[in-house]
Ligand binder design. Structure first.
Ligand code: URA
Length: 434
């Protein structure tokens, strides 16, 4: 078998066999197939797609590139959540401690920034000392000790996703239903959680731009998960506007801390309660979703959720003083530029993707696989959709250190706002629950 022939077949819309998919993943993972051939294959998948069988073969091959964790000793209690990628989407940082503080065991294998979207691992690594590169042994210890572990793909668990994920990020091969489905589901199946809560993002700031594609992705993930015996709860949520009031790694950690302390309520906290409620319900710790959401809310008001976050950070080697004084522990940008509105009116649109690109230009994202992220860089969103703004008012503030692309970033951010004379119609954050 040759990688060339497999790429050729996929490019011409052929359906690959189990053996062909396994050959490609196995040999890419062990270094026999170079990045350029895998990139060509990924691009072919972006253009021609995959059948359900091929998606299953790809997911299985990625799972089999490493070990599968057995968490059956925890019974029904294991539940995780995963988003298909958004902007300002720090829900994992909030939902994981809420659910874990309510007794859910959360084995979370998360991702780094991908395309224009942010990644939970990068956000957590902005906390000095926080380790996401755990071994299998560490993973079990974190779960035993804190009831949650938030780690990345490793040499032992889904190593193929680790390599392919980084390659997709640098080769514009992210927006593909089969690739997103197999990437997410391989991690989620290998990590061993019994239940999964999926947040499929939909809109201009998501990889799925419309409801039809988002629902197709959701159904592919559910079908794949069911083949592996997973219990799945799926939300399709809006990602036209960024969630919360900031974009960027350290900024989003600080915001998550404020939400977990009960000091801040916004669309991000609202969605985090929905997702952690679904995790609590799926784990069998509440009789209904509504009761589970009440529990989630109480974990915040009682202080248990923020204490759980402190414990997770400490267990994974992070400086847990970040909980008491985020400003003195998290990295801070030395420079800033304000984006002001040129006219008065209602903010009718804020293009999430453009704002994410502006944040990346400030240093918060990667352009190449090897790039280092500036954890302190990003954007503070002073205003959101529906707010009325007066001419000259500050819409957002870009934070950066050494980036030489801030002029471009400011221009992109400025153009991300649409100001109208009439207030926009209210949009639903949760579009569907499947
Ligand atoms: N999250 C992942 O883990 N993989 C993707 O492809 C997209 C979002």
């Amino acid at each position: 078998m040759r990688a060339y022939d497999i790429i050729y077949k996929k490019r011409n819309n052929g359906a690959l066999s189990k053996e062909e998919v396994e050959f490609l993943v196995f040999n890419y993972n062990n270094g026999e197939i170079p990045d350029y051939q895998m990139s060509a294959f990924l691009m072919a998948v972006c253009f021609t797609g995959m059948t359900d069988d091929e998606i299953f073969y790809l997911t299985s091959a990625m799972i089999n590139s490493g070990d599968v964790i057995d968490l059956s000793s925890y019974g029904k209690l294991t539940a995780d959540k995963h988003s298909t990628g958004g902007v300002g989407d720090g829900t994992s940082l909030i939902a994981a401690p809420i659910a874990a503080s309510a007794g859910v065991i959360v084995p979370m294998m998360a991702g780094r920034s991908l395309g224009h979207t942010g990644g939970t691992l990068d956000k957590l690594e902005s906390i000095p000392g926080f380790r996401t590169d755990a071994s299998k042994k560490d993973f079990f210890e974190y779960l035993d000790f804190a009831g949650a572990a938030i780690i990345g793909q490793t040499q032992e668990i889904v190593p193929a996703d680790k390599k392919i994920y980084a390659l997709r990020d640098a080769t514009a091969t992210v927006e593909s239903i089969p690739l997103i489905c197999s990437s997410i589901m391989s991690k989620k199946i290998a990590e061993g959680a019994k239940s999964l809560v999926l947040d499929v993002k939909c809109g201009g700031g998501a990889f799925m731009k419309n409801l039809k594609d988002a629902k197709t992705l959701a159904s592919k993930m559910v079908e794949t998960g069911k083949k592996f015996g997973k219990n799945i709860f799926t939300f399709v949520t809006d990602m036209n506007t960024p969630l919360g009031s900031c974009i960027g790694n350290a900024l989003e950690v600080k915001q998550a801390i404020e939400i977990l302390k009960g000091n801040l309520r916004n669309d991000l906290s609202e969605l985090s309660i929905e997702l952690s409620g679904a995790m609590i319900f799926s784990a069998g710790l509440a009789l209904s979703v509504e009761a589970a959401k009440d529990i989630a809310q109480k974990q915040i008001s009682s202080g248990k959720a923020i204490e759980k976050f402190r414990q997770i950070i400490k267990t994974q080697g992070g400086n847990s003083k970040v909980i008491d004084s985020p400003d003195s522990v998290l990295p801070k940008a030395s420079r800033s530029v304000k984006i002001k509105t040129a006219k008065s009116g209602f903010i009718s649109q804020m293009f999430a993707r453009d704002l994410a690109i502006a944040s990346a230009l400030c240093g918060a994202g990667r352009e190449k696989k090897e790039d280092k992220i500036d954890y302190s860089a990003g954007i503070i969103l002073h205003k959101k959709v529906s707010d009325f703004v007066k001419e000259g008012e500050v819409l957002a503030e870009l934070l950066y250190n050494n980036s030489d692309k801030t002029e471009e970033a400011a221009q992109v951010a400025q153009n991300a706002y649409v100001i109208s004379d009439v207030a926009p119609a209210k949009h639903n954050l949760i579009k569907e629950v499947l």
